[in-house]
Write a protein that binds this ligand. Structure first.
Ligand code: NDP
Ligand SMILES: CC(C)=CCC[C@@H](C)[C@H]1CC[C@H]2C3=C(CC[C@]12C)[C@@]1(C)CCC(=O)[C@@H](C)[C@@H]1CC3
Length: 334
């Protein structure tokens, strides 16, 4: 029976490149693009079908920033597929990012210049807002919507005879100092993106602890710095184009300026090829590139502890319970 892979945020950037690369790896795979915008999803599928005319590409509409949409999509996936081998949790946002220019120039002439250019630590602040579900949008989109999707898909995912792999697109911008158990939605701070990605890393670790014995494995990836709609929201595309020669130079000092979505997807594709038992739940797999353009993957230990991960997991379960109850209440009134 053919393997099934679902990719969220598949309509652009790293997600779209990943889909193309998955079909190159295994043209027999049943690929499902889980996208918010169906017009973009149809266009992405059409582009893929030009290169892979005989493949099965399914579309599912999902807005991971909406509980109702996640529940509907999970139901549809369960109806359509009998197995789910790979679930790529890739959709993500950064809302109205601002670069701290002072910190940038100060950092550029310090010993931490390379670290700053690869992690953006202390460099980018963002805004956030509250969704119709009453949650912080960045937290809900980047983590919680995906968490609920996994919970809802558990019967498909936890099959001992047919193990599944969750693969999260995290970031090197994930920082312990930007995350707090007390305010895990990051409603008070200005680095909600970093907080949501740290929360992603914690979630992956704890899911491994609870579900490996049921045949469910989870890994996190950092695609590096990639030119996509997300980075075009930080600096306009013409500025990025002007920066290309500088970024080529930066590649001599750090391996994480992957720049293209194809290169950024390297670790996501590499995980597709790995034996589940060989993976380390405490590392993040980084897409890397040599100065000469050769792609490779580097595992790096994450800065987290399993106790915090467990407490956070209990908080997520409680939040899920509350949000589902509220939703049920609203539907009864209607
Ligand atoms: N670019 C980079 O340098 C890095 C990116 N990442 C991560 O990579 C992932 C992909 O981002 P990237 O390709 O760069 O950026 P893009 O903006 O190109 O892709 C993001 C994708 O997520 C989708 N998405 C956003 N919000 C939702 C939602 N509420 N429901 C469903 N889908 C949604 C978008 O859909 P739509 O088209 O409808 O907006 C889009 O397809 C993100 O998780 C990001 O955090 C991590 C490290 C570095
Ligand atoms: C490249 C040069 C010389 C200038 C660009 C400065 C910044 C715009 C740039 C430096 C580090 C970058 C970075 C990201 C965005 C753009 C920068 C801040 C990310 C935050 C993008 C999203 C991620 O998930 C991170 C892994 C990136 C970390 C580095």
């Amino acid at each position: 029976m053919e393997r099934v892979a679902v990719v969220t945020g598949a309509s652009s950037g790293i997600g779209a490149a990943l889909c193309r690369r998955l079909l190159q790896e295994d043209a027999g795979i049943r690929l499902c693009l889980a996208c918010r915008n169906m017009e973009k999803a149809v266009a992405t599928r059409a582009r893929l079908l030009v290169t892979f005319p005989n493949t099965q590409i399914f579309l599912i509409q999902v807005d991971v920033g909406s509980m109702e949409s996640v529940l509907r999509a999970a139901k549809e996936i369960k109806q359509r597929f009998q197995r789910l081998d790979y679930l790529y949790l890739n959709a993500g946002i950064m809302l109205n990012p601002h670069i701290d220019c002072k910190a940038f120039f100060r950092g550029l002439f310090s010993r931490r210049a390379v670290h700053m250019l690869t992690t953006a630590e202390g460099l980018v602040t963002q805004e956030d807002r509250v969704t119709a579900d009453g949650l912080q949008e960045v937290f809900q989109t980047n983590l919680f919507g995906h968490f609920v999707l996994i919970q809802q898909l558990e019967p498909l995912l936890s099959q001992l005879e047919n193990p599944s792999h969750l693969i999260w697109t995290s970031s090197s911008n994930a920082r312990r100092s930007n995350f707090s158990l007390v305010d895990f939605q990051h409603s008070q701070g200005k680095e909600s993106y970093s907080s949501s990605k740290y929360a992603t890393d914690l979630t992956s670790v704890v899911l491994n602890k609870h579900f490996n014995k049921q045949g469910l494995y989870s890994s996190v990836v950092c695609p590096g710095v990639v030119m996509t709609n997300m980075t075009y929201g930080i600096l306009p595309s013409f500025v990025w184009k002007l920066l290309i020669p500088i970024m080529w130079l930066i590649r001599f000092f750090t391996s994480t300026y992957t720049m293209t979505p194809y290169n950024g997807a390297e670790a996501l594709v590499w995980l597709f090829r790995q034996k589940l038992e060989s993976l380390d739940p405490l590392v993040k797999y980084h897409s890397c590139i040599s100065p000469w353009g050769k792609n490779y993957v580097e595992p790096r230990k994450m800065d987290l502890d399993e106790e915090t991960a467990e407490i956070f997991y209990q908080n997520l379960l409680e939040l899920e319970r509350q949000v589902l109850m509220r939703l049920e209440g609203q539907q009864n009134i209607k």
